[in-house]
Design a protein around this ligand. Structure first.
Ligand code: UFG
Length: 325
């Protein structure tokens, strides 16, 4: 059973490729290495190509007997999307349209999409169910929202079947220490704390201490990347047999504040995290927490690695091993 993974050399993509290969599926990774990294590839066939180039994706899909596509390849920095919305709308939308167009031409109708909790905007209800109104407030979240709308139209008009997976806060690294998180620039909380502890960042800034939460810092739902990867494997199996498209949250339904994450990291690493208090980052909401019932019911998803301790321990192991020098 063959699957093409666009953006398979990235953080969540590479963990998913590993999971798919472990389950015996044949994987083709399609990546332009703009943010993906060769050392995160654990196997499968590699096609170096860019989704902005329609031809290269068409060639990759036409020549193989591919049953489904997982689409990870996107720009993901919320802050940058405010400053440069053109870049985000152009890249995220056109690359996705090219991919969908090529799929339809190759008569491939199964699509698994990396969406985001950013489609919800400011939550009106916690935990957030998939039926929550969609009101993204940054261009990054808007691109995910627009693509979800496009998918619904393509389903109606062309019979495309999709599962849109709305990630909450992906974190952690694989237990063997082979794959981990490294963005450039890094904007995420846990890697930023670890980079600071390893001397790779001069400062660690804590953004926002006046949120309406218990300790004043923002609460997030951290989910281990290996659990996220497993959800994609389950989604692939589901989409091959089911006739229904779905939107599914992927979160652990457990919230930790920034200060709680700092404290846990200090316990696990045995190091003191010195931080500078800074104003809130634009667009940060006080609390994000997923309802995960739908993922459990439809995909049979079980969380095996998403305790905050395992998330920080695996991330720390990977960072120490790969970024010490
Ligand atoms: N934070 C800091 N210091 C840092 C980095 C982050 O204090 O150096 C804070 C942020 O301000 C936020 C919390 O830690 O309050 C978590 O921040 P992350 O950047 O790790 O994650 P976000 O919740 O901002 O972003 C995630 C995904 C995005 C998605 C967003 C909303 O990474 O892709 O959730 O769904 F858009």
């Amino acid at each position: 059973m063959k699957i093409l993974v666009a953006g398979g050399a990235g953080y969540i993509g590479s963990h998913t490729v590993k999971g798919l290969i472990q389950e015996g599926f044949e994987v083709t990774v399609f990546d332009n290495f703009s943010t993906g990294r060769k050392e995160l590839l654990v196997g499968g066939e590699l096609v170096v190509g860019d989704l902005m180039d329609k031809k290269s994706i068409k060639n990759a899909l036409m020549s193989k007997n591919i049953k489904a596509v997982i689409h990870f390849a996107s720009l993901i920095q919320v802050g940058e999307s405010y400053e440069n919305p053109k870049k985000y709308y152009t890249h995220n939308l056109i690359s996705s349209l090219n991919l969908l167009d090529a799929m339809l031409e190759a008569d491939i109708k199964n699509f698994i999409f990396s969406s985001s909790a950013a489609v919800y905007g400011v939550p009106q209800q916690i935990p957030i169910p998939e039926s929550h109104p969609l009101n993204p407030f940054n261009p990054y979240g808007q691109t995910k929202y627009f693509i979800e709308k496009i998918l619904q139209d393509y389903e109606r008009a062309y019979g495309l079947k999709f599962i849109s997976l709305r990630y909450f806060n992906a974190a952690g690294a694989d237990s063997e220490g082979r794959l981990g998180e490294l963005h450039n620039p890094e904007t995420h909380l846990i890697p930023n704390i670890l980079l600071f502890l390893l001397g790779k960042k001069e400062n660690f800034d804590l953004f926002g201490t006046d949120f309406p939460t218990e300790d004043g810092t923002a609460v997030r739902d951290y989910v281990h990347v290996t659990d996220l990867a497993q959800a994609h494997v389950l989604a692939f199996k589901e989409i091959l047999t089911s006739s229904k498209s779905e939107f599914i949250n992927l979160g652990a339904n457990k919230g930790y504040s920034v200060l709680e994450v700092i404290k846990k990291t200090e316990e696990i690493t045995g190091k003191k995290v010195q931080y500078k208090e800074k104003p809130r980052r634009e667009g940060d909401v006080p609390v994000l927490l997923a309802s995960k019932e739908k993922a459990e019911q439809i995909l049979g998803w079980e969380l095996c690695f998403s305790s905050i301790e395992t998330i920080i321990e695996t991330a720390w192991n990977w960072h120490k091993k790969n970024l010490k020098n």
